[in-house]
Design a protein around this ligand. Sequence first.
Ligand code: C5P
Length: 399
Amino acid sequence: MLTGRHLLLIVSGSIAAYKALELARLLRRDGARVTPVLTAGGAQFVTPHALQAICGEAVMIDLWSLEQEATGGHIRLARAVDAVVVAPASADVLARMAAGLAADLAGAVLLATTRPVLVAPAMNPTMWAHPATRANVALLRARGIGFVGPESGEMAEPETGLGRLAEPPAILAAIRALLAAGRLAGPLAGRHVLVTSGPTHEPLDPVRYIANRSSGRQGHAIAAALAALGARVTLVSGPVAIPDPPGVTVVRVETATEMLAATEAALPADAAVCAAAVADFRPAQAAAGKIKKVPGQPPAPIALALNPDILALLSHHAQRPRLVVGFAAETSDLLENARHKLARKGCDWIVANDVSGDVMGGSDNTVHLVTAAGVEDWPRLPKPEVAARLAARIAEALA
Ligand code: C5P
C-alpha cells in the first residue's frame, strides 16, 4: 500500500498518456497523494482537466507560473515528494533527462529532485531500439533511475515490438517496490523468498526446442510484490520477453534441469513460489546437429524423458522452505485437480487457475487459493493484483 506516500506524476507526450489517468486512479486508490505535472507534449494527449480531476490536485504545467512558484515552487516540491514517476516517458523526455535539460517544468523537477525516480517508457518500437534511446536508457539506469517496461505487444501504429507502456497495475507494483527498497522495512524484511517463473525450453537439437505459452507475467509480478513487502527475492526465470522486476535478483535458465539446479543453489529460503510452467517432458536426447528431413521418409519419432518436478523436490527437500506454494494451471476439474496436486506434491498451498481462456500470456488471472484449510475464490484481477494478494498472504503466514 502507498498510504501516506506523496508522488509526483509526470505525464509526457505519448499516445499512451491516456493510461496515466488509470494509473493516477490506482495510485490514489492505493492511498497515495498524487501531484500531477503535464508536459506540453502530454497536454496534446490528455487534458489538464481530466488529470486534475482524477488526481484531485491542481495540475502543474508551467515552469514560469508566478502563482505556483509563490505557493511552494517546483524545487521544493521535487524534494518534498517520496518519489517522482514519469508515465508515460516519451523518447524525448528520456533524452532530456539524460542530457539534464531543464527548460520546462518536468525537466526542472527531474533535475532538482533528490528522491527516487521511476520511468515507464512508451514509444514506437523503432524509437525504443534506436541507438540514441539505448544510450540514454543505459545512462539513466547507471544513474540509478528505475525502469518499468516497456512491454511488447500491440501499438497504436500497425507495428509490434518493445515500446508499449507497462500496464498501470505493473507500474503501481514497481512504485511499491521502489519505495519498499528504500525503506528496508515491510512485513517480509529479512526474509528470503524463491520464485520460479516463465516457461522452460527443452532442446531437440541446437536450433529447436519444446516450450509452452507461459509469458512469466504472473511469476514476475509475484517476485515484484514480494520485494515490495521487503523480501530479498531470488527469481529463477525461464526464457521470457518481459523486463526483470525491480529490486529482485534474477537467475536466467533455459531447461527444467537448469531451473532445478538454480533453485537448489538459491536455498535456504523462507518460502518458495513455483509459478514457472516447467515442461513435464524433454526430448530424451538432444541431437548434436540439426535434425535433417530425409526426402521420402517419415520423420523420426521424438522419444521423451520425464523432467524433474521442482515443486515436489522442493517440498521434500532437506532444506525445505517453511512455506511452499505451487500453481495448478488446468483446463478442467480445476479444484479437484488442485487438491490432488497439493497432496501429491507435498506443498502447502496451491494457486489454482483455469487456463482454458486467455490467461496464458494475458494480463488478468482468476485464481483459487487451495490450502489444507479449504478453498478461497478470488475475483478476476490483473496479475499484479493477484501477486500483491498472494504476497500479503505469504507475509501473514511467515509472520
Ligand atoms: O504437475 P503440474 O505441472 O500441473 O504442476 C504445476 C506446479 O508444479 C507449478 O507450481 C509448477 O511450477 C510446478 N512444477 C515444477 N516442476 C515441474 C512441473 C511442475 O516445479 N517439472
